[in-house]
Structure formats: C-alpha cells, structure tokens
Design a protein around this ligand. Structure first.
Ligand code: RBF
Length: 155
C-alpha cells in the first residue's frame, strides 16, 4: 500500500449510500480517468450504479455550486468533485485553486454533507498524468474516503 493511502476493508457494504460524482471537463483525459477510478472502486465497495449520481461541469471553478446542487436535489450522502488545474503562465491557476478549495469546503460545512477535495493542482501535465492515469490514479482512494465519510455521518 502507498504511504498516505487510506485503507478500507473490502468486505464493507456501502450499498445503502448515495454518492455524487461531479467531473470538470477541463483536462478531461485526466478528470475522466480519475472519475473512472472512483466509479470502479465504488462498485467494488458495493455501491449500486443507480446510487451514483454523475454530473459534469465545464471547469473546476464550477465544481462547488454543482456539488451544492447535487446535495440539495438528490440528498446524496457525500460528493466527490473531480477537477484538474494545471498551472499556466498567468495567475489564473492561483485564483481558481484558491476559490475552488474554499468553495468546496464551504459547501460541505454549510450543507453538513461531506464533500471531498478531488482536485489535482499540478505544475505541469506530467504531474497530473502521474496522479490520474494508471496505478497512481487517486480516484480509488477518493472513493474509499467518500465511503468512510458517508458512513461516519449517515444518520
Ligand atoms: N479549469 C480547470 O478545471 N482546469 C484548468 O487548468 C483551468 N485553467 C483555466 C485557465 C484559464 C486561463 C481560464 C480562463 C480558465 C481555466 N479553467 C480551468 C476554467 C475555469 O475553471 C472555469 O470553467 C472558467 O473560468 C469559467 O468559469
């Protein structure tokens, strides 16, 4: 197991959980691979496909509102917002990263629903690929964290 990766007993039954997955389409090769990693692990943890609410937005900046919308409309137990920000030559990266991380945290606190931080903030595309494509894919560990969080707070 990788350092820092959460460990979840695979016998756990998450079939009662409803989980929102919001994916930003910027850098979509990366974000779709992360999303696929999330979904595959959720299924292994017995989350039924009909209980996975999928949603897409244009960019990471749109993730917080979409997460809030899914919580209010579908009463999901947890949301996994997925995005990939890659630093460019202007200050956009800094502004969007800051806004998105604050926005996602606020949605979780205000709705009292766990919302993960599934946003890669990378200095270049190689860093993003290493964390999203193949064995380094962070998606499965986000799925595990989501299930743990949802089971902890579900009444
Ligand atoms: N969205 C991302 O998810 N990742 C990015 O790396 C990213 N870079 C952007 C760079 C620029 C210069 C602009 C204008 C937007 C970028 N966006 C990115 C899109 C942003 O999250 C949002 O969708 C748009 O700004 C519309 O609100």
């Amino acid at each position: 197991m990788k350092a820092g990766m959460p460990h979840l007993n695979t016998t756990i039954n998450a079939s009662s959980l409803k989980i929102g997955v919001v994916t930003a389409l910027w850098n979509s090769e990366i974000t779709h691979s992360l999303r696929d990693g999330v979904i595959q692990r959720l299924k292994e943890l017995k989350v039924s496909e009909s209980n996975i609410i999928l949603y897409e937005v244009d960019g990471s900046f749109e993730l917080p509102l979409a997460a809030q919308h899914i919580i209010e409309k579908y009463q999901v137990d947890v949301v996994i917002p997925i995005g990939c920000l890659i630093k460019g030559s202007t200050l956009h990266f800094e502004y969007i990263s800051e806004a998105v991380s604050q926005g996602i945290m606020q949605v979780g606190l205000q709705t009292k629903t766990p919302v993960l931080f599934g946003v890669l903030t990378c200095l270049n595309e190689d860093q993003a690929r290493a964390r999203a494509i193949g064995p380094g894919n962070h998606g499965p560990s986000w799925a595990e964290t989501a299930v743990k969080q949802a089971l902890s707070y579900k009444s």
